[in-house]
Design a protein around this ligand. Structure first.
Ligand code: G3I
Ligand code: 9MR
Length: 561
């Protein structure tokens, strides 16, 4: 009998759509044939020969590509190689729906200041952590109205990642990306229910979930001048303890131009998209647009107020050593904010600024480069608004298509049959989100623009990579697939005393950069991954990474249904 060897054959461990290209990759050499049998009937329904073999520039491993795309009937199957090795997979009309659900649900588990209830969380129920009603103004954030040591209230929001802090730059990117999927496929999200406390209230769960964080963000704006504190944080990272046991004081630190612009952008965008539901959210849209305009005005007056933690620590006490989300270029933030403010208010000053700060090229959406979020919103705008952006929008669309063309170039013959994963530069901290999923999202937008199927086909390939068709054989999302991360760098998952990690989280993934305190990797870059709690450079989780996962999955699922 053939042995189940999930490391010998790599497939998308969640499932393929009937119409989708279906590829498996194996390390076995000299394969002659492979067969697919239907698991319930035992019948052989497909047999084939390898398509091609290939190696990466850095590896002597030969990967062989098996194509069973002609198989289109939904069901559960086994793929078997030369009668020796076998792997399960499935075909379904809603292949990615469970992933979209899990990726959105993950945000609920990250909620700060709220008990996570058994009705919604099952065994991952936990008491509330971090009320954040007594947050201290750090010396770096002092003003005449709010001198250092002043106490403010800034509850709710999501924990950023494996740590318990809340960072405006990353929060804004996260919501901006999720709203980019929502504005492209609103009907899809009216049906995407995730069993959160708000489910069934007539509002898409995606809006309810993001609202929980938007409310926190509003409290991060200094009402006196409109500037936005860069983050709410403990001076140093907490240990691996339960949220309710954390006792370190929490601070808001210096206002930064990047945080303030990201805040302006996402508030303006949310103001527009929440308007149809304003009777429920009671005045939020109006509050959000006012906050956005005030923030933008502050940023325009403080264009050089970057967040530089080293400099901050040379001037102020206590020292802050948590995540920096540092970025010394605010052009893209200006572009995104001016774009959203124009699209929501129609004021010509914002259109002028959008034109002034428009990038020359389309770049992948990542927390440190937000211009793609502006491009996505422009692409969803009315024909009349798009006409107003004619000075720069056609060039950006062209640049998106150009990038899509370069991404898919050669993907047909790579070791994992995908645009992602065959360049050394593809692997760095968070690259499963910031490269693999971001490429996928960009390819989908290129498809929406051009209707060229090959862009969509290649987006599916990157999704297959995330879900198991890759060098380590991991499906990189907790709780999904037959081989998934069990030990993420995630304080909530580590401290809860439950064996399984909290489900639905994308981990950072392979990253050959050495981490202090851990032995350096000697393997290929695409294998530089450790499923260990200590490995924050490969195995942390983060809200922005889950936003990429959700956006990627939801857009593919929306297009398939
Ligand atoms: O080096 C790559 C370069 O090769 C690549 O082309 C480029 C693409 O953008 O990225 C380059 O730089 C990386 C940078 O992120 C930008 O992505 C750095 O190597 C990498 O060290 C840096 O990692 C960031 C990390 O913090 C350290 O600053 C991650 O993006 C960021 O997600 C992560 O964020 C942390 C927070 O600070 C704290 N909370 C947890 C969270 C997740 O780990
Ligand atoms: O847990 C922290 C994680 O969220 C960050 O991404 C990472 C890099 O800033 O740092 C982690 O915290 C470690 C700290 O940097 C050094 N001491 C050990 C901490 C926990 O592993």
């Amino acid at each position: 009998a053939a042995t189940a060897a999930n490391d010998t054959i790599r497939v998308n461990q969640l499932g393929y759509y009937p119409h989708q290209e279906k590829i498996a990759v194996t390390d076995c050499r000299d394969i002659k044939t492979f067969t697919v049998t239907n698991t319930s009937t035992g019948q052989t329904v497909f047999s084939g020969k390898p398509l091609y073999s290939a190696s990466s520039e850095w590896s002597d491993k030969v990967r062989t590509i098996l194509d069973f795309s002609p198989l289109k009937v939904p069901g559960n199957y086994q793929l078997t190689i030369d009668g020796k090795y076998t792997v399960p997979f499935s075909i379904s009309n809603q292949a990615l729906l469970p992933l979209s659900r899990a990726a959105l649900k993950a945000f609920y588990y990250q909620r700060c200041s709220l008990p996570i209830e058994e009705t919604y969380a099952g065994k991952w129920t936990r008491p509330a952590g971090h009320p954040d009603t007594q947050v201290i103004i750090h010396a770096s954030a002092a003003s005449s109205e709010r001198p250092a040591g002043t106490v403010i209230s800034s509850p709710k929001g999501w924990y950023d990642a494996g740590d318990y802090n809340k960072y405006i730059v990353n929060s804004a990117f996260t919501i901006g990306l999720m709203l980019s999927a929502y504005q492209a496929f609103p009907e899809y999200f009216t049906k995407l229910e995730t069993n959160i406390p708000e489910s069934g209230n007539g509002i898409p769960d995606l809006l309810d979930e993001t609202y929980y964080n938007l409310v926190w963000m509003l409290s991060m704006q200094d009402p006196a001048d409109g500037g936005v504190y860069h983050k709410l944080t403990t001076p140093s990272f907490e240990g691996f303890i339960r949220p309710e046991d954390c006792k370190q004081p929490r601070y808001v630190v210096q206002k930064s131009v990047t945080a303030t612009l990201d805040f302006a952008a996402v508030m303006a965008q949310a103001s527009r998209l929440f308007t149809p539901y304003d009777s429920h959210f009671k005045g939020f849209s109006e509050k959000a647009i006012q906050a956005a305009e005030k923030a933008y005005a502050w940023a325009a007056e403080h264009p050089e107020s970057y967040y530089d933690q080293r400099r901050l620590n040379s001037q102020f006490q206590p020292a802050i050593s948590t995540g920096e989300y540092g970025d010394r270029n605010a052009q893209d933030e200006f572009f995104w904010a001016a774009t959203e403010l124009y699209l929501s208010t129609g004021k010509s000053m914002y259109l002028q600024d959008a034109a002034k700060y428009a990038p020359h090229q389309y770049t992948l959406p990542v927390w440190g480069n937000l211009s793609a979020l502006g491009v996505f919103s422009w692409m969803q705008a009315s024909a009349q608004k798009q006409e107003a952006g004619q000075k720069f929008l056609p060039g950006l669309k062209q640049s998106l298509i150009h990038l899509a063309d370069s991404l898919i170039q050669g993907a047909d013959v790579t070791p994992f049959h995908a645009p992602y994963g065959h360049h050394t530069q593809d692997f760095f901290w968070g690259s499963l989100s910031d490269q693999c999923a971001s490429q996928g999202i960009s390819l989908i937008h290129a498809y929406l623009l051009s209707k060229k199927e090959t862009y969509l086909n290649n987006a599916y390939r990157n999704m297959d990579y995330l879900l198991g068709r890759n060098a380590t054989g991991y499906c990189y999302v907790t709780g999904i697939g037959f081989k998934s991360p069990k030990h993420p760098h995630h304080r909530l998952s580590v401290s809860d005393g439950i064996n399984e990690p909290i489900p639905g989280f994308l981990v950072g993934g392979p990253n050959p950069q050495p981490q202090m305190g851990l032995p350096a990797f000697t393997c290929a870059p695409d294998e530089a991954y450790l499923d260990q709690e200590l490995s924050y450079t490969t195995n942390e989780i983060a809200i922005n990474w889950n936003a990429s996962l959700l956006t990627f999955s939801a857009m593919l699922d929306a297009l398939a249904s």
